[in-house]
Design a protein around this ligand. Structure first.
Ligand code: GLN
Length: 612
């Protein structure tokens, strides 16, 4: 029998409901329960995929290609609960389904209404996660109690609870104790009002979790209990963490949340084994050496925009036993004059994913500096595009090389759209999304993974233009990860460099605090070696599909290789992959088999032009 925990939030947004729900999932899993996690988001977008990161933070991608709220990242990092598109529902997704049914005549004769049709659809979404092998579903309701948008979701969970036996559903409400610095007091009134609002809707919380910067006194606990109609032992303190968010499960376990939940749901629960989490906290507390990583991105002011990346870096820091200090640089403020100074002294440079033209030249400059100054570089998705563009321009001499996303008329579209993407008109859910296989060739990525094939999550439209692979390879870029069927580039490395790896996918979504992603781990390791003044990377030599040692040497020194000294045919815009005479024995054919890019006739117009 699957039981349910509903997590709501009050007083203010951004209280860490996702983190709290994920930590609870972690605790219950470590008590031996089989847990599933789910999030309801009250906004009308069908998914967050079409939203600006400033609006919503990062879009988290699942294996099945669904684009999700970033809280699902917490769920994956804290639990082993499998996540699918059934784990995140927005108002838009619920309405879309109801309206589709209405059009199909499924409600013939009826007036379609919020109650019961929308609420029924929400309850069906909860039921979708119930299964014989699931003990508990934790459902988090996004937004703050009192918002107009979240009402149908709250109404649905209220109904759900009365339609099931008492011991099958529990309500947890997360609130904030407001600290008034002037009087040095913690105030409980906002919490009382938030619970009052919830009770007006018909939901009586069973457990109150109070976020607070200061310790909650017993007296305060009693007061909250009295005014909120929650037993005093069920009023739990959740203090701001001192070191890492991975302390939260330990803290909530120490508050005995598993005992409360076990009692409410009628499940006998022992004490959870959180030793792995305690070790993480200890490592974070005791690490001494610091490495400094520059993150050069467009949405740098907003932490949530690169949430999973920052988390993955922290996992890698834990595994390497170091502290990472992040130097967050806004790419649109990086120009040729300031770049050296801005990046001086950092031990690693990471360029994250992104879209559109703003700030790209700053990212390209950062990639150049990493290559020329042999600073470990990690490019994620757009970060790979930037590395390839930089290499094409400054090592291969392909003046004006670019992505057609940025410059549709570029003479050298080293990054371009797949044919199938040319025909796409809808923006929502139409990118290359989700897990795809990647065959690994010798190089730093393969030595990090320690395997020959991996599967990683994608979220992008544009690809490396296979027509340019030959010239890029000849000058020292190695394509060490390829899609086994489509031959699309998944990984590009610079061979003669301590650690220069860029990937077309998003490894950050697969990193866990208990198991750092191998590429993040090795990137931070290379940065640590640089910080310690050591050789940042004598590992398996990157060879990829083709190797040209002399050209490699030239490439990493930032000089043009011999062949690039006067690549006249290339400069004139002739497709390089087709004109280069000869290729190293055993190297694959230069032009794409099913790649994005037949080389362009010059100066075509718009997207459809040259690839047509
Ligand atoms: N804008 C690029 C594309 O669409 C990269 C996307 C990303 O970094 N996620 O292909």
């Amino acid at each position: 029998m699957t039981k349910h925990i509903f997590v709501t939030g009050g007083v203010v947004s951004s209280l860490g409901k996702g983190l709290t729900a994920a930590s609870l999932g972690c605790i219950l899993e470590n008590c031996g329960l089989r847990v599933r996690m789910q999030k309801f988001d009250p906004y009308i977008n069908v998914d967050p995929g079409t939203m600006n990161p400033y609006q919503h933070g990062e879009v988290y991608v699942l294996d099945d290609g669904s684009e999700m709220d970033l809280d699902l990242g917490h769920y994956e990092r804290f639990t082993h609960a499998p996540l699918t598109r059934d784990c995140n529902f927005t108002t838009g997704k619920i309405y879309q389904s109801v309206i589709r049914k209405e059009r199909a005549g499924e409600y013939l004769g009826q007036t379609v209404q919020v109650v019961p049709h929308i609420t029924d659809e929400i309850k069906a979404a909860i039921d979708r996660l119930c299964a014989p092998d699931v003990d508990v579903v934790i459902t988090e309701i996004g937004g703050t109690v009192g918002d107009i948008e979240s009402l149908p979701f709250l109404e649905a969970i209220r109904q759900y609870a009365i339609e099931h036996p008492t011991s099958e559903c529990a309500f947890i409400h997360l609130t904030l104790l407001v600290y008034l610095a002037a009087s040095g007091e913690l105030k409980t009134k906002p919490t009382q009002q938030s619970v009052g609002k919830l009770r007006e809707i018909g939901i009586q919380p069973d457990i109150l979790i109070c976020r607070t910067t200061q310790p909650m006194t017993d007296e305060m606990r009693k007061k909250i209990s009295l005014f909120c109609n929650v037993r005093p032992e069920s009023v739990i303190e959740e203090r701001d963490v001192a070191h890492t968010i991975y302390e939260v499960p330990v803290m909530l376990r120490d508050e005995g949340i598993h005992r409360l939940v076990g009692k409410l749901l009628g499940i006998q629960l022992g004490s959870p084994d959180l030793s792995a989490w305690e070790r993480i906290v200890e490592t974070v507390k005791t690490a001494r050496d610091t490495v400094e990583i520059a993150v050069v991105g467009k949405y740098i002011e907003l932490n949530d925009a690169y949430k999973s990346i920052y988390e993955a870096i922290s996992h890698a820091a834990i595994e390497n036993g170091v502290r990472v200090s992040l130097r967050k640089l806004s790419s649109d403020k990086l120009g040729p004059e300031g770049v050296e100074q801005a990046l001086a002294g950092c031990h690693g440079i990471l360029v994250p994913g992104g879209f559109g033209g703003r700030g790209v030249e700053g990212k390209i400059l950062a990639a150049r500096m990493a290559r020329e100054q042999r600073i470990p570089y990690f490019g994620l998705c757009y970060g790979l595009h930037m590395a390839v563009i930089e290499f094409a321009r400054n090592v291969c001499g392909l003046t004006g090389a670019n992505s057609t996303e940025i410059d549709p008329h570029t003479p050298h579209p080293v990054i371009a759209l797949l044919d199938e993407q040319q025909r796409v008109t809808d923006k929502g859910g139409t990118m290359r999304l989700g897990s795809q296989p990647c065959r690994l060739l010798p190089g730093r990525a393969r030595s990090a993974y320690g395997r020959n094939e991996v599967s990683e999550r994608h979220r992008h439209r544009y690809e490396v233009n296979n027509a340019y692979r030959a010239i890029l390879t000849e000058r020292g870029m190695a394509f060490t990860g390829l899609h086994p069927k489509t031959d699309l580039v998944e990984i590009a490395e610079i061979t003669d460099h301590p650690w220069f790896v860029s990937v077309q996918y998003h490894p950050e979504f697969k990193s866990k605090p208990t198991a750092a992603h191998p590429l993040f781990r090795d990137f931070v390791k290379a940065a640590r070696e640089r910080a310690q003044g050591g050789p940042a990377g004598a590992r398996e030599p990157a060879g990829g599909e083709e190797r040209q040692p002399a050209a490699r040497r030239a490439a990493s020194k930032g000089k043009r290789g011999p062949a690039s000294a006067a690549p006249s045919a290339v400069d004139a815009g002739t497709p390089p992959g087709l004109t280069r005479p000869g290729r190293p024995a055993g190297a694959p054919r230069a032009p794409a088999r099913r790649g994005p890019c037949p080389p362009p006739p010059r100066r075509t117009r718009g997207r459809a032009g040259w690839a047509g």
